[in-house]
Write a protein that binds this ligand. Structure first.
Ligand code: GDP
Length: 472
């Protein structure tokens, strides 16, 4: 017993040191015996990395058994976070505010995502109410629904417990999530919500509210010309924004009343010039594009429609898709092409960049300015779609109806069913479909799901990540 406790502390300490400050934190709080340790163990067990520690909390049916703060790492759908089991409500009772301050709970982004776990059978008592009133203060005033607190009703494995769960609305912490930490019921849905909330808070705290548009393309496609057309004299006086690399420069730009950050890699040609080979220039341009793309939400991919596609174009286009960025393909130098040649160029783009099928191809001329506004409008629309959160209820109604019209296939003797769908608040739109069981999804089914989604919410110029999961 002594050895276990010592070992456990060591694990906790090294995890603290390794992960402190880098991964978002989920703090599980609740009354003694609400099931915090069981849930902690379930969450920490979901991690996929074999290298990491898998500390285990001590679980026993006696109230108040877990006294130490336990900390471990978890992962859900590729998103890593730390989990801390706060070790019982008794720690909160004396000086809850000072404890909150010590844990930096007041200060986002260090402020953890809090999960209040209540035993649905026991219901919410005075202790929970006190704790809930403290936790309500952690919610941002401007958006109480997006608060730093989630509420879960544990031990919902019996019917009467589920009844009791409805009383928990009175805690003022929003919808209680139904859970049985012991049997895993509801844990996938809870993890979906935890990760979505963490990602939303992260995006807010990193100032990702300003849309970032990168202008990328190989040398000579017309990036400088396009930026000059947009920025005019301004370009000469803008200050580089901190945090961008020397290969790319970002400047603030206002488009139809909305602030954008334009990331510009046009300077690369002049930096790398000086008798160097074209291939060398191309390599430098692809490297600069990689950085710019990683920083942006939407890539304006410039192509030279007069000259045609090259390997460097394909390389840059590949980077855009690889990083799941929205994309507007600008077929530049349209002033040198007739209608038939433009159509032929669009066809060659579709044929040689099939993976960018979500990106519209717009013909433009940086020289005359034709089509430039439309390209920026499309980029702005992509930015708006990236931020769009589809209401869970409407999403589920859509797929319930769609499955009636077109049932999913029968695989290994049983029909596949989508139990529910949810959108994660990820930087690029991600939809998770909870299935009745684990099965490989046929590409035609995946395409049908995407078409169905886009027929209601077009997500212009934006790739969608679709994940099909069965309960763990
Ligand atoms: P960058 O290397 O991508 O920044 O390309 P530049 O903007 O420097 O343009 C390369 C060359 O293409 C220059 O000679 C431009 O004048 C020319 N160019 C750029 N855009 C257009 C266009 O829309 N039409 C025509 N005809 N020429 C263009």
């Amino acid at each position: 017993m002594l050895l276990t406790r010592t070992k456990r502390r060591l694990c906790t300490a090294s995890l603290d040191a390794a992960a402190a400050g880098s991964l978002p934190l989920l703090a599980i709080v609740g009354a003694p015996n609400a099931g915090k340790s069981t849930l902690y163990n379930r969450l920490v067990r979901t991690e996929l990395s074999a290298r990491s520690f898998r500390p285990r909390a001590l679980v026993a049916p006696t109230a108040g058994t877990t006294r130490d703060r336990m900390e471990g790492e978890s992962e859900w759908l590729g998103y890593r976070f730390r989990v801390v089991d706060t070790g019982g409500i008794e720690h909160f009772q004396d000086k809850p505010v000072s404890l909150a301050a010590r844990s930096r709970w007041h200060a986002p982004p260090a402020c953890p995502q809090v999960l209040l776990l209540v035993d649905a059978k026991a219901g919410a008592g005075a202790a929970e109410e006190r704790l809930a009133s403290l936790l309500r203060r952690l919610r941002p005033v401007h958006d109480p629904s997006a608060g730093a607190v989630l509420l879960a009703a544990n031990k919902c494995d019996s019917r009467e417990a589920r009844h009791g769960m409805h009383e928990l609305w009175s805690l003022g912490l929003g919808e209680p999530r139904l859970l049985s930490a012991l049997h895993g019921v509801g844990s996938a849905e809870l993890l979906d919500d935890v990760v979505a909330a963490m990602q939303r808070r992260e995006a807010e705290s990193t100032g990702d509210a300003v849309g970032k548009v990168a202008v990328v393309g190989r040398p000579n496609v017309g990036k400088s010309s396009l930026l000059n057309a947009l920025l005019g004299q301004e370009r000469m006086v803008v200050n580089p924004v901190a945090g961008t690399t020397r290969d790319s420069v970002a400047c603030e730009y206002e488009w139809r009343g909305e602030k954008l950050l334009l990331i510009d890699t046009a300077g690369i040609r002049r930096q790398a010039a000086g008798g160097e080979e074209r291939e060398e220039l191309d390599r430098a341009a692809v490297a600069a594009a990689r950085v710019a793309i990683s920083q942006c939400h939407v890539a304006l991919l410039l192509l030279d429609a007069y000259q045609g596609l090259t390997r460097a174009d394909l390389a840059i286009a590949g980077l855009v898709t690889e990083q799941q960025k929205s994309c507007v393909i600008v077929a530049n130098k349209a002033d040198r092409l007739d209608a038939a040649a433009r159509r032929a160029f669009s066809d060659s783009v579709r044929e040689r960049m099939p993976w960018l099928d979500y990106a519209p191809v717009l013909h433009a001329s940086a020289l005359t300015g034709a089509g430039v506004d439309e390209a920026l409008d499309t980029a702005a629309s992509a930015l708006a779609w990236r931020r769009t959160k589809v209401p869970k209820r409407r999403l589920n109604e859509l797929f319930a109806r769609a499955q009636l019209l077109r049932p999913l296939p029968v695989v290994r003797g049983a029909r596949l069913k989508m139990q529910y769908a949810t959108q994660h608040a990820t930087e690029s739109p991600t939809f998770v479909f909870r299935m009745n069981r684990q099965a490989e999804m046929h590409p035609s089914v995946v395409r049908w799901v995407e078409r169905t989604l886009r027929s209601h919410w077009p997500f212009d110029a934006t790739p969608l990540r679709l994940v099909f999961k069965a309960d763990p």
